[in-house]
Design a protein around this ligand. Structure first.
Ligand code: PFF
Length: 468
């Protein structure tokens, strides 16, 4: 049993890999990636996204896990310990305070979308009884009616709130049970189940007739499509997908044993996450294309176009049900890591039992996410007057604030801290790299990541620079 200074830890390297992949693979891969790729022209976005994962995401991921493993505590305390051991100011812990706050904010809106997934599980489950097992989903119903399911849900504040609370409660249950008894248990069972369902549905989708079109859409790079807004979307997506900048990976790193090679493991996490994102495209687009629908449906791609496309395929209701169960598994393992980061901090900071810390953090997310759900589509007074949040509702403001400001700031400070502040001896002994690769990583963390991220931060705050 591996244990950190708070007495909790993963039981094996495999458990850590599954939990970290579980954190990375989530709604970001299944919902956001295909939607962003579709809205940003396909291949050019995908290529730039992969470049960002490799050159910015992976080095920052290794930095976060490294700080956590060395500090062996909640994220701010881990940074404080690394800083103190390096003879530097412990104020650097601030970078992880931002992260913990970011994780809490992402958790609040993430569980709202998790609630939609629960809703669609219910929709397809009941449809099996009305449409039967063999034919398409929603038999005899007008396609417009199927697409209207989502706007109808948005119009029902009480239902949105109830679904948000349900998804959050499931997340809370597992986090309250602890690292090995709850978080690890979920990852060990749900991630393999996710992968089996995912591969099965993708293979099924490849027979629907739209596969070739999907491959050429996702992998044909048209360089003229690589505009500023497309690049900004790709970097933001890479960060969100790898769970970076919000202390989640730092927190999970603290439960890792000394025997684990962090560079190799980070590579596996980033590789698995990117593979799932690409496969999500190859799972969703063929089905959507085969039904003659458009790729650029944005956020509606998974919740509107796909259910509509399931009308046309054999076993539509069953495939639809399995698809949303699979997305639920992915979303749950991610929301668990989002709740764990602030919980670990709360638990240590105020010396309280884990279930109470989990309950308090969840209570906050319930209120904030509840606002986002209840006041869906309603611009927030005062805040939505700020140019950055132009006319946005609570949900979009939380998304913009975290992905455009908190995540880049957290990642800039992390790379500066690891690249310039922390002692070289400490870093060298933790990162599991040697030779040229070590120097290349150090170059990326010192120069490439902070500079690229500063540009991203500025452009993210003032999108008019790139004409967005
Ligand atoms: N990476 C998750 C996804 O792609 O859905 C979202 C996420 C989880 C972001 C955990 C940040 C985090 F700490």
């Amino acid at each position: 049993m591996v244990a950190n200074t708070t007495g909790e830890g993963w039981s094996s390297r495999r458990a850590f890999v599954l939990a970290a992949v579980g954190s990375a693979v989530g709604l970001g891969n299944m919902w956001r990636f295909p939607a962003e790729a579709g809205a940003n022209g396909g291949g050019a976005f995908v290529m730039f996204y992969l470049l960002c994962v490799l050159l910015i995401g992976l080095p920052v991921l290794l930095s976060e896990v490294l700080i956590g493993r060395h500090g062996q505590s909640n994220a701010p305390e881990s940074v404080r310990r690394v800083a103190a051991e390096s003879g530097k100011s412990t104020r650097w812990a601030f970078l992880a305070d931002i992260g913990v706050l970011g994780a809490f904010l992402v958790l609040s809106f993430y569980c709202v979308v998790g609630g939609w997934v629960l809703y669609y599980i219910g929709v397809f489950l009941s449809d099996i009884f009305t449409s039967g097992l063999i034919g398409g989903a929603f038999e005899g119903r007008d396609p417009a009616e199927v697409e209207a399911l989502l706007p109808n849900l948005f119009g029902n504040g009480a239902l949105m709130l109830g679904l948000h609370v349900a998804f959050l409660a499931i997340t809370l249950y597992f986090v309250a049970r602890g690292v090995s008894g709850g978080i690890e248990w979920v990852a060990t069972w749900l991630m393999p189940a996710f992968f089996i369902l995912f591969v099965a549905i993708t293979i099924y989708g490849s027979f629907t007739g739209g596969f070739e079109e999907a491959v050429s859409y996702l992998f044909t790079v048209n360089f003229s499509a690589l505009t500023g807004p497309v690049m900004l979307a790709a970097v933001g997506q890479a960060f969100f997908s790898l769970s970076l900048g919000v202390a989640g990976m730092m927190t999970y790193g603290a439960y890792v044993g000394r025997d684990v090679n962090l560079a190799g493991t980070s590579g596996i996490i980033a590789g698995a996450d990117s593979a799932v994102a690409l496969l999500a495209g190859l799972c969703i687009f063929p089905i959507v294309f085969a039904a003659g629908l458009e790729a650029n449906a944005g956020p509606g791609l998974m919740f509107q176009s796909l259910p509509r496309a399931f009308q046309d395929i054999p076993f539509g209701s069953v495939i639809g049900l399995l698809f949303f169960v699979m997305v639920f598994f992915a979303a749950l393992t991610s929301s668990i890591s989002l709740l764990e980061a602030p919980t670990a901090w709360f638990k240590d900071r105020f010396r309280m039992p884990r279930p109470i810390a989990t309950g308090i953090v969840s209570g906050g997310a319930l209120v904030l996410g509840g606002f986002a759900a209840w006041f869906w589509g309603q611009p927030v007074p005062v805040l939505s007057d700020i140019a950055l949040f132009d006319g946005q509702d609570t949900f979009s403001i939380l998304d913009t604030l975290t992905s455009r400001i908190l995540m880049p700031v957290g990642a800039i400070l992390t790379s500066l801290f690891v690249g310039w502040v922390a002692s070289r001896r400490l870093i060298d002994s933790e990162n599991g790299l040697s030779g040229g690769l070590h120097h290349f990583w150090l170059f990326l963390v010192r120069w490439a990541c902070p500079l690229a991220l500063i540009v991203i931060l500025i452009v993210g705050i003032f999108p008019s620079i790139i004409g967005e």
